[in-house]
Design a protein around this ligand. Structure first.
Ligand code: MRU
Length: 356
C-alpha cells in the first residue's frame, strides 16, 4: 500500500515497550484515512470486534500487541503474572471467533512469555515475540504473493471477494497480494471486485487498494458474479481464508461459498490464498469451524441508515464454509496445495519448511 498515514502499512507498533499500536481505521475507508493509536487491551479488543482492524492476518498481529498491552503492567510475581496473562488472552480470543490467526498469534505470545522464568524476562519475551510476529507476517505475505503470482497468466481476469490486500495483514496481504505481485511483474491482469455485502469490504477496501496500485479493476455487486462468469469475463477466482480445516474445507467471508459453486459450474479455477497460520489442524472438517454471527443491524442498516423496515429480523453470519472439493488449490507460503485434501494439508503442516 503506497503512501498511507502509516507509511504504507495498515498496522504498526510505534515506540519501544511503552509504545502504542497504530491502526488505519478500516471502518472509515475509503472516505477518511484515520489512524487509531491504541494503548490498552480493551481498545484493541474493541478495534478487532468492530472491524477497525480486520482480515485474518491483521487480526492476529493486532491481538499479539493487544496481549502485550494487557500484560505490560502485570504484577511481577509468578501467580499474579500468570493470572493477568490468562485473563488477557481470554478477552482477546473471544473478540472474533472464526479467524484462526487470532488464537494462533495469542498462543505464540503466550509460549514466548512462558519460555522465561521471571516476570520481567517473560514480559520482554512477549514484546519481542509480538514484534517478530509482525515482521514474520510481512515475509509470509511476500512468499504467498510469489507462489501465487506464478499461477497468473498474462491477460488474466481475476474475480475476488472481500478484502485480502495490505489492509488485511501487516504485510502485502494474501489473494490481493498475488494480483498486485503479478501486476508488478508486468503481467496484464484485471480484477472484478465483488462489493461483499453486508459491510462492503470489496467496494470500500479492495477497490481502494486496487485503484491506488493502478490495477485495472471493476466493481460488481455480489449478485453479478454469475453473470460475468457466464459471459466468460473471468479466468480465475482468488480469495483469502479465515480458517482452514484439516481436510481443506475453508471458512471465508460470507458469500465465498456461493462464488465457489459458481466457479465450479463455469469451469473456472478457484484458489484460496492463505498463510499456514490460518490452518487449524485440530478441526477435521468445515462442520466444526466456529462461525461468527454479527449484529442484525449490519444487514438492516448501511452506515446507520435503515434499509429494511423497523423490526425486520435478519441473520448475519460473517463467514461461510467452502468445501475442499470446490477448491482447485490453496496457495501457502510453502507452495500450492493441490488437490486440496487431508493428505495435502497434513503434508504441508507437518513439514512447513519444505516447499511443495
Ligand atoms: O470480517 P473480515 O473483514 O475480517 O473478513 C475478512 C475475510 O474474510 C478475508 O477474506 C480473510 O480474512 C482473508 S484476509 C487476508
Amino acid at each position: 500500500m503506497s503512501e498511507t498515514p502509516l507509511g504504507g502499512s495498515a498496522i504498526r507498533w510505534r515506540g519501544g515497550e511503552g509504545g502504542v499500536l497504530e491502526l488505519l481505521d478500516q471502518t472509515r475507508l475509503p472516505g477518511e484515512a484515520r489512524v487509531l493509536s491504541l494503548s490498552g487491551l480493551e481498545e484493541v479488543r474493541d478495534a478487532i470486534s468492530r472491524l477497525a482492524v480486520r482480515g485474518a492476518p491483521a487480526i492476529g498481529v493486532a491481538a499479539a500487541f493487544g496481549l502485550w498491552l494487557g500484560i505490560r503492567a502485570a504484577p511481577e510475581d509468578q501467580a499474579g503474572f500468570d493470572a493477568v496473562l490468562a485473563e488477557a488472552k481470554a478477552r482477546l480470543v473471544s473478540a472474533r471467533p472464526t479467524a484462526a490467526n487470532l488464537a494462533w498469534a495469542l498462543g505464540r505470545i503466550e509460549a514466548a512469555a512462558r519460555g522465561a522464568d521471571a516476570a520481567p524476562a517473560r514480559k520482554r519475551r512477549a514484546f519481542e515475540a509480538a514484534k517478530a510476529l509482525l515482521d514474520e507476517d510481512v515475509r509470509t505475505c511476500a512468499r504467498l504473493a510469489e507462489h501465487g503470482a506464478g499461477l497468473i497468466r498474462d491477460g488474466e481476469s481475476v474475480l475476488t471477494y472481500c478484502n485480502t490486500g495490505a489492509l488485511a495483514a501487516a504485510g502485502a496481504g494474501t489473494a490481493l497480494a498475488v494480483v498486485l505481485e503479478a501486476h508488478r511483474r508486468g503481467r496484464r491482469v484485471s480484477v472484478f471486485a465483488c462489493e461483499t455485502r453486508p459491510l462492503l469490504q470489496g467496494s470500500r477496501l479492495t477497490m481502494w487498494e486496487l485503484m491506488r496500485a493502478e490495477v485495472d479493476a471493476t466493481l460488481i455487486t455480489d449478485n453479478a458474479a454469475a453473470d460475468v462468469m457466464r459471459r466468460k469475463l473471468v479466468h480465475r477466482v482468488l480469495v483469502g481464508a479465515d480458517r482452514i480445516a484439516r481436510n481443506g474445507d475453508t471458512a471465508n467471508k460470507i458469500g465465498t461459498y456461493g462464488v465457489a459453486l459458481l466457479a465450479k459450474a463455469h469451469g473456472i479455477p478457484f484458489h484460496v490464498v492463505a498463510p499456514l497460520s490460518t490452518f487449524d489442524p485440530t478441526i477435521g472438517s468445515g462442520d466444526r469451524i466456529p462461525i461468527e454471527e454479527r449484529a442484525a443491524s449490519e444487514v438492516t442498516q448501511i452506515e446507520g441508515r435503515p434499509i429494511a423496515p423497523a423490526g425486520a429480523r435478519a441473520f448475519a453470519p460473517a463467514f461461510d464454509v467452502t468445501p475442499a472439493a470446490l477448491i482447485t488449490g490453496i496457495v501457502t507460503e510453502a507452495g500450492v496445495i493441490s488437490p486440496v485434501d487431508e493428505a495435502g494439508v497434513t503434508r504441508v503442516l507437518s513439514n512447513p519448511r519444505a516447499s511443495i
